[in-house]
Design a protein around this ligand. Structure first.
Ligand code: NDP
Ligand code: MG
Length: 405
């Protein structure tokens, strides 16, 4: 295994005898996954890659698994297993595929599991890793939106630590270090405003998927970029804030901040407002979680505030961005509403990408799905297990696919 030797329970760097963190990355082929691997490559003495997962991008998955000497590569797509096996043949890297393989990998003990699959598909690995007591670097906001109370109870039972990777939540987390939650008056998360922040509201209905998938500040996966344009991403993050920090919804505010340099602010009872300022580069939040509780030397731009000159903020209007209003309903109702909200949003986005509905119809599909499902009393039940959440998710998908707009 090259330069690395294995101790009884931990991996050690043979050069410096420092313990290495064993790491598995769920969604390694995606935007967060690739940024994580960039940090691993720059610091090969710090991390021992155990598992990498992907879905459709087999070439990238195999290349990274070989390069980093992973023990196993898993694709969610069972039909891609032969291609993955071929690409890894003779290397000693194990190949596996399908939901059970993903769950088995999540159950495998590591020091850190990065949860960066897109969508509700990321929930099972998050939950299973948390069951094992594995420290979770959580990018997959859907895990908290769909099943926040369940994930938190699972982590509490096993003793697992959950660290935020979403930039706003990493920022809040950092602003709260050493603080008393009882003194928190408000939490403000910022939104770039996405691709259409300067468009007239009347023009939004004409926006195309390609236009929505082009972000002015951040380089992210296609789906979260479209969610940024509709502010569904921010709506998800408001729910994520409530779940992550146990903040009451009326204390959570959203500000449009086109520069994307202030990621979040926490207001305290003495009037202090602690802001987290940094470049729009996910490697900061990812690296913070990877090295927690220490701070590493990360390869992100150091901001020159004198050159930047000014930072601007404006309120986020719920009439223009109905996703934010829907998030308030979801938080008020609790239970499985988050799972239904997210599933409906994913289906609405699929329909928009397929050009079957307009940009502005996405919120209408989600709202109508929730309205139709509100008569189902099962939705108000707090999620008890993964199956209950996936059931609500599937019901919402069926309803959302049939909503006429
Ligand atoms: P990407 O679309 O770039 O990557 C998604 C990853 O998930 C890929 O590895 C993909 O595999 C894999 N995947 C896709 N579908 C499935 C499935 N059904 N089952 C298992 N794996 C699957 O997403 P991002 O990296 O942009 O986002 C990942 C998560 O992080 C999301 O929850 C997002 O909200 C959150 N996040 C992302 C940020 C960003 O900067 N991108 C910022 C903050 C949060 P493949 O590519 O091989 O098909
Ligand atoms: Mg974010």
């Amino acid at each position: 295994m090259g330069f690395w030797g294995q101790g009884p329970q931990r991996w050690f760097c043979n050069f410096c005898s420092e313990a290495m963190k064993t790491i598995t990355i769920f969604g390694a082929t995606g935007s967060i996954g690739q940024n994580t691997l960039d940090l691993v490559r720059r610091n090969r003495n710090d991390f021992k890659v155990v598992g990498l997962t992907g879905a459709s991008n087999i070439r990238q998955l195999a290349q990274d698994a070989l390069d980093l000497g992973a023990e196993i590569a898993v694709t969610a797509d069972e039909s891609a297993l032969p291609a993955l096996r071929d690409a890894l043949a003779g290397s000693g890297v194990q190949a596996a595929a399908g939901q059970n393989a993903l769950r088995d990998l999540a159950a495998r003990p590591v020091d850190l599991a990065v949860s960066s699959i897109i969508g509700a598909a990321g929930l099972a690995p998050s939950l299973i890793a948390a069951q094992q007591g594995t420290t979770l670097a959580l990018a997959n906001k859907e895990s908290l939106v769909c099943a926040g109370p369940l994930l938190k109870a699972t982590a509490q039972k096993s003793g697992a630590t959950i660290l935020p990777v979403d930039s706003e939540h990493s920022a809040i987390f950092q602003a709260l270090i050493g603080e008393d939650m009882a003194a928190v008056e408000r939490v403000i998360i910022t939104a770039s405003g996405g691709a259409f922040r300067d468009w007239d509201t009347a023009d939004l209905a004409k926006a195309t998927p390609d236009q929505a998938a082009s972000h002015p500040n951040w380089n992210m996966g296609q789906r979260i970029t479209i969610d940024s344009a509709s502010l569904f991403n921010k709506a998800m993050e408001v729910i994520e804030t409530k779940e992550f920090f146990d903040v009451s919804p009326d204390k959570i505010e959203v500000l449009i901040h086109p520069e994307s340099l202030v990621h979040a602010l926490v207001g305290f009872s003495d009037g202090a407002l602690m802001a987290h300022v940094g470049p729009p580069d996910m490697r900061h939040a990812i690296g913070f979680a990877m090295y927690h509780p220490t701070r590493a030397d990360l390869p992100v731009q150091r901001l020159d505030l004198a050159q930047i000159g000014q930072l601007t903020f404006r309120p986020a209007c719920e009439d223009r961005h109905p996703a934010l209003r829907l998030a308030r309903d979801v938080m008020k109702n609790g239970g499985l509403w988050g799972a239904a909200f997210n599933a409906a949003k994913e289906v609405a986005q699929d329909r928009f990408i397929a050009k079957a509905i307009r940009f502005t119809d996405m919120a209408a599909v989600v709202e109508e799905t929730l309205t139709q499902m509100s008569s189902d009393s099962g939705l108000s039940v707090a999620p008890q297990d993964l199956e209950t959440v996936l059931h609500a998710d599937q019901l919402a998908r069926n309803v959302a696919a049939a909503v006429k707009v």
